[in-house]
Design a protein around this ligand. Structure first.
Ligand SMILES: [Mn+2]
Length: 447
């Protein structure tokens, strides 16, 4: 069965990871589909801590959901022959299954070679000397028929594909060769099935459910080739397009986990105390323990329900999660990339990263080094500018550090002219920083 990946944004945070796992559990309770929770990148310390503390497996890390050769395979049962089979048995087998190409596999389903009806016919024609040896034909026929598959299978000049190869690559190789069928193996050479040119026509795509984001820039690579089935989010509506109508649940609450937990509650679907703890982790982390202005009454209400089931206190659990990251030990590169999000407005691409701390002074001291690292990132990724929000959870304030060619735009928007942008009451990237920058860019484009 083809899996459906439930996946959050790149540079995943706790909400993204927790929502993917929780929504996967929810979907699994709804239907027979095979749902897999995935992460679009390495987990951060807080996520790893929360998962380990609650006994959850780390979701599979998927960096690209573009179409690969395995997507072209159908679910049909694998039909194969073994090296020990005789030509008589083989002929019967081919007729019985109406197949013109057969893989030869060992007892562990590893691929050994290929047999085509054309190759088999050639053997008869060659050994019978194109009909010149008619008198001896009974003996020759007997001899051919006593051969084993091992003697006649084709092992050279084959074109076979690895399941994770991109479809575009496979297409090239198929166009440059003339075979009817192409075997597909996994990285351990286990045979998975056969594909043909015909399979290229029916666009088969990976199926995904996106949580905690809906902008292409933040989504896993290859998402434009995937089939998006659902989106559960709490951000501004971005630019992703779908070909079919989908279930798109976007609500301005503090955390995607609030929406997922609410779905469980509204539909009376059971969830374990551990899963309650995980969803609570997403909520307290995204709302900075309810201090962020993105926090809504619904977040608090749902969190209270989760507290009861999990037997955890939001405040204690939140502090525990926040204290697992040792920011002072992180390199500048790590600090600015771990929670970085990209945005596009017209031709302008920019990025905003955020770190949350209880000790702003320490990070402020490293401002020059941080700006240097940010300038490099801007150059490398062609960002017009980049911001780092250093948010002090206790003070409920943010120091905004900016870099890049067009950083003056940000200074214009937030600056006080003192060289330091210290913003009281600003804690939310999406609610208090992103809209302001978009507004400035929009005005600029009009002028
Ligand atoms: Mn979120």
């Amino acid at each position: 069965m083809k899996p459906i990946y439930v996946i959050g944004h790149k540079n995943p945070d706790v909400d993204s990871i927790a929502a993917a796992i929780a929504y996967k559990v929810y979907k699994q309770s709804c239907d027979e589909g095979l749902y897999i929770a995935a992460a679009a990148g390495e987990l951060n310390e807080e996520s790893s801590f929360a998962l380990e503390r609650l006994g959850f497996e780390v979701p599979v890390i998927i960096r690209n959901v573009g179409a690969t050769v395995e997507d072209l395979l159908d679910d049909e049962k694998i039909v194969y022959v073994t090296t020990e089979m005789t030509v008589v048995e083989l002929s019967n087998f081919m007729q019985q299954h109406r197949l013109k190409t057969l893989p030869v596999l060992d007892d562990k389903h590893r691929f050994l070679g290929l047999l085509t009806i054309g190759d088999l016919a050639m053997i008869f024609m060659e050994r019978l000397g194109h009909g010149r040896d008619v008198d001896n034909s009974p003996e020759i026929l007997r001899e051919i028929l006593s051969n084993k598959v091992a003697d006649i299978m084709k092992t050279r000049d084959l074109v076979l594909f690895e399941s994770r190869e991109p479809v575009a690559e496979a297409r090239k190789h198929m166009m440059a060769s003339r075979f009817r069928n192409y075997p597909v193996v996994n990285e351990e050479n286990r045979y998975l099935g056969m594909i043909s040119r015909y399979d290229l026509l029916g666009m088969k795509r990976k199926k995904v459910i996106l949580v905690d984001h809906n902008e292409q820039k933040q989504a896993v690579d290859g998402v434009e080739e995937a089939e998006i089935l659902e989106i559960i989010d709490h951000h501004r509506v971005g630019d992703l397009q779908t070909t079919m109508p989908i279930y798109f649940h976007n609500e301005p609450v503090g955390s995607t986990c609030t929406l997922v937990a609410e779905t469980f509650l509204n539909n009376s679907v059971y969830f374990s105390p551990d899963l309650a703890g995980l969803m609570l982790a997403g909520i307290v982390s995204d709302t900075m323990i309810f201090k962020s202005p993105t926090t809504t009454a619904k977040d608090r209400r749902v969190a209270a329900e989760l507290e009861k089931v999990a037997g955890l206190s939001s405040l204690e659990w939140g502090k525990e999660i926040y204290s697992t990251s040792h920011l002072e030990q992180h390199s500048e590169e790590k600090l600015i990339s771990e929670d970085l999000k990209e945005y596009v407005s017209g031709d302008t691409v920019f990025a905003i990263a955020q770190v949350e701390t209880v000790d702003l002074g320490r990070l402020s001291q490293r401002k020059d080094k941080l700006i240097n690292a940010m300038n490099e990132v801007c150059q490398h990724h062609k960002y017009a500018f980049m911001c780092l929000m250093v948010t002090d959870i206790l003070d409920e304030a943010t120091e905004l550090i900016v870099a890049g060619d067009k950083s003056d735009l940000v200074e214009q928007a937030f600056g006080t002219g003192t060289g330091r942008i210290y913003l009281h009451g600003v804690m939310s990237r999406k609610k208090q920083v992103v809209p302001v920058i978009y507004e400035v860019l929009r005005k600029q484009q009009i002028i």
